[in-house]
Design a protein around this ligand. Structure first.
Ligand code: ADE
Length: 245
């Protein structure tokens, strides 16, 4: 997959796109990153990229000219699926990440200042936010979205890693994990994980997922298809009878 990024701060991207899983995917040729400095496309004498808002108000607005020129240069046949990062966008979730992961070519535009000239928005396919808070710019948001979608692109995760058995994959948050030693600083790994009874382990993990979801994100339980055993377990927890330990 080819991924273009349009930003005023290209230097922010190299540490993230060059390291860990993303760096490995780029080395393997699964992901191809191209980061473009919007300022390079400004035709003004001082390479300006922002200007005062019509109608007045605080802050500066990103001008259309440098962004249009950049788009015309790097995506002249409008082949990329274009995403602008903005706090006013739809919120990123697993479904959106999976949808974006299907595209052959993605382009991310990082907003800055008080906003982007609305005429630029007409050139975009999607407006995406990573949460209900305002960052100083769209760069970190773009990196979050790229990292999140990369995990759904075949070959990015190793064969023993999976995007399936994790928080949100079945609508629930992930169960606790342990590794060796089985006792550390006086704390023991739950007995059930040590005895090789796979059905018991699966049940314990499911119950732990239910417990953690109930505690941290109870609203998620509304969207999960619960079995009879799940419902009985949650009833017992709510009645204070069972902590699933
Ligand atoms: N730019 C500033 N804040 C943002 C957010 N929450 N999501 C995406 N882009 C942003």
């Amino acid at each position: 997959m080819r991924i273009d990024v349009l930003t005023l701060f290209p230097e922010m991207f190299s540490p993230v796109l060059g390291a860990s899983m993303l760096g490995r995917a780029a080395q393997k040729g699964i992901l191809e990153f191209s980061v473009h400095n919007i300022r390079d496309y400004s035709t003004s004498k001082h390479k300006n990229t922002d200007d005062y808002p019509f109608g007045g108000g605080a802050g500066m607005v990103m001008m259309p000219q440098p962004i249009f020129s950049c788009l015309d240069t790097i995506d002249e046949n409008a082949e990329a699926y274009r995403v602008v990062l903005t706090p006013r966008g739809e919120t990123l979730n697993v479904a959106l990440a999976q949808e974006l992961a299907q595209k052959e070519r993605l382009l991310f535009l990082c907003g800055h200042y008080e906003g982007i000239d609305e005429r630029v928005m007409g050139k975009m396919h999607r407006e995406v936010s990573i949460g209900d808070y305002v960052l100083t710019g769209g760069e970190l948001a773009a990196m979050v979205v790229i990292d999140c979608i990369s995990r759904f692109i075949p070959g990015v995760l190793g064969s023993d890693e999976s995007a399936m058995d994790e928080s949100f994959s079945d609508g629930l948050l992930e169960y606790p994990q342990y590794t060796r030693p089985s006792e550390f600083c006086g704390e023991k790994v739950p007995e059930v994980l040590l005895n090789g009874n796979h059905a018991a382990i699966a049940r314990w993990r499911r119950e732990q997922s239910l417990l953690i979801t109930l505690k941290n994100r109870p609203e998620l339980l509304e969207g999960v298809s619960l079995t009879k055993a799940d419902r009985l377990f949650l009833e017992a927890v709510k009645n204070g009878e069972n902590q699933g330990k």
